[in-house]
Design a protein around this ligand. Sequence first.
Ligand SMILES: Nc1ncnc2c1ncn2[C@@H]1O[C@H](COP(=O)(O)OP(=O)(O)OP(=O)(O)O)[C@@H](O)[C@H]1O
Ligand SMILES: [Mg+2]
Length: 233
Amino acid sequence: MTSGAVIELAGVTKVYGGSGPAGVRALRGISLRFRPGQYVSIEGPSGCGKTTLLNLLGLIDVPTEGEIRWDGVNVADGSERERSRFRLRSIGFIFQRFYLLPTLTVRENVELPLRPRMRGRAERHARVSELLESVALADRAGFYPSQLSGGEEQRVAIARALANSPSLLLADEPTGELDSDNALKVLDLLETLHRERETTLIVVTHNPEVARRARRHLTLRDGRVESDLREEP
Ligand SMILES: Nc1ncnc2c1ncn2[C@@H]1O[C@H](COP(=O)(O)OP(=O)(O)OP(=O)(O)O)[C@@H](O)[C@H]1O
Ligand SMILES: [Mg+2]
């Protein structure tokens, strides 16, 4: 069980390409607060800033202005090294294109994020087996990504994102390249993990059916929050 944090974006803007006339204002002053264990969807037209927002939440990129706070502490102002250490420990990221390393097996892909922290080989091996079990891929451990279906690849990516039991799980169009059967399986899996581990789950999607499964629904437009609907008290 992870002990979740309250995660906040405070006055966040993101400008790509400098402040000159060529700069793209991808986010224009976003303030949001996520309670631990929340399940949130983010929708909005192409180019409205969804991936940018997720990259900032995932500390893959830093805001131009504003803060990203975990329990009140700004986690976006550290060095790149500090940010990546924090990310590895606390955040899991799932992309539309699975980004598995093609020259590594399923087992090795999932093991990668464990290496810096879990020194013992046997311990790592056991952890990877448990993760592959949880995504129903124990029998594919020795396969290479090219030998898997799209749904299987995405499940490996999920196992990898979960390796260090993150308290925040970010997914950018996780079902975008899957057929509806596999999309359902991947969503079920994410939701089980969210429920059982009380992981905060934020899913960007163009698919209204996927979005409907969340309990809080954000819509972005033109770098701003257009609506923020909650089904919970
Ligand atoms: N690295 C970058 N450099 C310059 N501009 C960028 C960069 N990344 C994104 N942008 C611009 O910022 C805006 C927001 O992009 P973003 O990728 O966040 O949109 P999105 O909502 O995820 O769109 P989609 O639904 O198509 O994935 C777009 O106008 C895009 O062209
Ligand atoms: Mg995007």
